[in-house]
Design a protein around this ligand. Structure first.
Ligand SMILES: [Fe+2]
Ligand SMILES: [Fe+2]
Length: 396
């Protein structure tokens, strides 16, 4: 092999190392284009093309070319090429293999038993014929281009599949959230006094979980638990839920069944989160073991349960109820603080105060609690109150 051809082969090998470089469609096209120019330059061909075979459409697609009418390239019949030798350069002469004027040599591109495409070249500018040495070099090049095209198409297939999976997952999440919202709206619609309660509890709970440093997956689980914690109320009659006078012991017992019903309903759903059912089941448990439905001891209460319990109570207190007026924010916070250790967890209360304080100070770009608090609230009073609690609870 002549020194020039050896050099050309080296250049092409270096450029055709596309297996390593198929990171994107544009990088691939840039590389294949360079390879193509080296080939046409090496053989002094003024026209040439690399076509790839689209199996699903049973047609050849132009990857890169110069000098041929595009319409002619579109007409190349893949069937005819498949009957020729794999990666073997084929001198056309007078043979009617292709209906393209000026094609002198072609190499059908194959990887194992898979037809990948074709490399076409015109005659040399010098008018001299292709030599046996040229054909050998073209055979090596054809192998390399075939592998590169095949790798690229596998890569693109994989990318398409990944993209499709990502899209389906997004769609599923969208539907999931829509269904949750519909559920929450059904719960809240039953009880005229607690409109959007589920939504707010979901927001407050996730704000606390985020401040606690939970990961995104677990935060989403917290959000779902917030949305569904009172789903069991769907089984309670509207009259009882909206009763203005105090509940009788029997009525109270009936109402208290809702967290177990919430658990029974959510247990039927295969959530991607481990602890949603536990959180909805135990959102009325207390640290002193006097909660319901199981009167669990505090060791059995997860952080998620403790968060949901505090967020639920805070929203319940700051919302109007049939049997009592809503509390202002300061009174509700005082109430939460009074119930620390008996009902609510110190650490969760500290985090709740910190996140609300940050929201008041404008330190969080998307506040989750502040927008739902009473508009008449005196934020500076609340802020100094929060600061005092934070200091007290942070003390060793
Ligand atoms: Fe509840
Ligand atoms: Fe609730």
């Amino acid at each position: 092999m002549s020194a020039e051809l050896k050099k050309a082969l080296y250049n092409i090998s270096a450029l055709a190392d596309l297996g390593q470089a198929i990171t994107s469609e544009s990088v691939f096209h840039e590389k294949i284009q360079s390879v193509f120019y080296v080939i046409t330059g090496t053989f002094l061909a003024n026209r040439g093309a690399i076509l790839s075979y689209d199996k699903s459409a049973d047609r050849l697609i132009t990857v890169t070319q110069k000098g041929f009418p595009p319409a002619d390239l579109d007409r190349v019949d893949p069937e005819k090429l498949m009957s020729l030798g794999k990666n073997e350069p084929f001198l056309i002469g007078d043979s009617p293999v292709l209906a393209i004027a000026g094609v002198k040599i072609l190499a059908p591109l194959w990887v194992r038993d898979e037809f990948i495409g074709v490399l076409l070249l015109s005659g040399k500018l010098t008018g001299s014929p292709y030599t046996q040495e040229d054909l050998e070099l073209l055979n090596v090049i054809a192998h390399q281009i075939a592998i590169a095209l095949n790798n690229h198409s596998l890569f693109m297939d994989l990318s398409d599949k990944l993209e499709e999976n990502r899209r389906l997952y997004e769609e599923m999440r969208h539907i999931y959230h829509g269904t949750l919202q519909a559920f929450a709206a059904a719960i809240d619609a039953k009880d005229a006094y607690t409109q959007n309660h589920s939504y707010r509890v979901a927001k407050y709970s996730t704000a606390i979980a985020r401040e606690l440093g939970w990961n995104e997956h677990d935060i989403e689980g917290m959000y779902v638990a917030g949305y569904l914690h009172d789903v069991g109320k769907l089984a309670i009659s509207n009259d009882l839920l909206n009763k203005v006078t105090p509940f009788t012991p029997e009525e109270r017992a009936e109402i208290r069944k809702h967290s177990t019903t919430s658990h029974n309903i959510t247990s039927k759903i295969k959530f991607p989160w481990q602890n949603v059912q536990d959180m909805v089941w135990h959102h009325h448990e207390r640290l002193d073991g006097c909660g319901y439905p199981e009167a669990l001891a505090q060791e059995s209460l997860s952080d998620g349960v403790r968060i949901l319990s505090l967020a639920d109570s805070f929203d319940a207190m700051t919302s109007q109820r049939p049997y009592r007026k809503k509390m202002d924010v300061q009174t509700a916070i005082t109430e939460l603080k009074k119930c620390l250790e008996s009902q609510f967890d110190n650490k969760i209360m500290l985090v709740f105060c910190k996140v609300l304080e940050k929201e008041i100070k404008g330190e969080l770009p998307e506040p989750d609690i502040l927008p739902y608090l009473d508009r008449d609230s005196d934020l500076s009073v609340i802020s100094s109150m929060l600061e005092a609690i934070i200091q007290e609870l942070s003390a060793p």
